[in-house]
Design a protein around this ligand. Sequence first.
Ligand code: AMP
Length: 111
Amino acid sequence: MAYSYDTQNIFARILRGEIPNKTVLETPHTLAFHDIYPQAPVHALVIPKGAYVNFDHFAAEASAEEIVDFHRTAAAVCALLGVVEGDGYRAITNAGPHGMQEVPHYHLHIL
Ligand code: AMP
């Protein structure tokens, strides 16, 4: 599968520093920030810094280092935002038009 990545998508612009974000955590391969339109008391997005359009692109083509860093960062975000000890949360990702994905850069919602 040849994935096509839009370098002008809003998360690519955030990663280039062209648009501000409310950062929760940043690592060499991953950025986590608060969703601009929160759908829950806690709503953060975790994104890889690499140019991956969605979950299956990331899972298929990212390096082991990127994949580990992404998931460790997501776990740290859950702890930082206080959902680990609570009543639970959702970790979801949308892909493509049928998945209702709006921003074509892979992201995990933590709600
Ligand atoms: P999705 O529908 O899974 O692609 O989700 C895209 C998410 O990105 C939505 O929850 C938006 O509220 C969020 N979003 C869009 N623009 C920004 C932005 N500039 N900063 C933070 N979150 C954003």
